[in-house]
Design a protein around this ligand. Structure first.
Ligand code: ZN
Ligand code: ZN
Ligand code: ZN
Length: 182
């Protein structure tokens, strides 16, 4: 880019920032695409979140056919059983945030829904668009507003895209610090 006066270059930078924000908004809208439902900023079921969500399966983990059955099997056999018993849907599955098992969506074989009905694990993260759904609230949850969901969203984003997500607060900090520097 050619050298310009300070005022016009800062305008260019401002425009670039606005474009980035627009892209992010599009992603978020796409994330809650099923009928433009607004994501909830609170949920009463967060105490059922798994305690250690820093280690989660990768986005390409296939769906388990039956978690309740695999739980009956002893640990060594369980690993073998998991390999055999997946419903084989390979991608765009849901991660149960209560037990960290992976299940396919209601548009495939409904295994995440079945898992909720069987085990009452209501919180799930979509590896398709990284949105979080609460079956008990019957609503999407705002991963940016609910701090308990941020770490797992961040890790899932890292696993899926190879980089941390652009959180709103971080972006605000970056903008304000760059403005302070100029
Ligand atoms: Zn809820
Ligand atoms: Zn679960
Ligand atoms: Zn499945």
């Amino acid at each position: 880019m050619a050298k310009e006066t300070p005022s016009s270059s800062s305008m260019v930078r401002k425009q670039e920032l606005e474009e980035e924000e627009e892209e992010e908004e599009e992603l978020m809208l796409y994330g809650a695409c099923s009928g433009w439902v607004e994501a909830r900023t609170s949920c009463e079921h967060l105490n059922s979140l798994a305690s250690d969500l820093s280690h989660i399966p990768t986005p390409h983990t296939p769906c388990y056919r039956s978690a309740s059955f695999t739980l009956l099997i002893l640990s060594i056999a369980q690993i073998v059983a998991n390999l055999i018993l997946r419903c084989q849907h390979p991608a765009e599955n849901w991660l149960c945030l209560c037990c960290k098992d992976v299940f396919c969506s209601r548009f495939v074989n409904k295994h995440m829904l079945q898992h909720y009905q069987q085990r009452n694990h209501c919180l799930a993260l979509s590896y398709s668009d990284l949105s979080v759904w609460c079956f008990s609230c019957d609503a999407y949850l705002d991963v940016q507003a609910i701090t308990q969901l941020r770490p797992v969203y961040e890790i899932a984003h890292l696993l899926k895209f190879g980089e941390a997500p652009p959180f709103r607060t971080m972006e605000c900090l970056q903008v304000s610090s760059s403005q302070a520097g100029s």
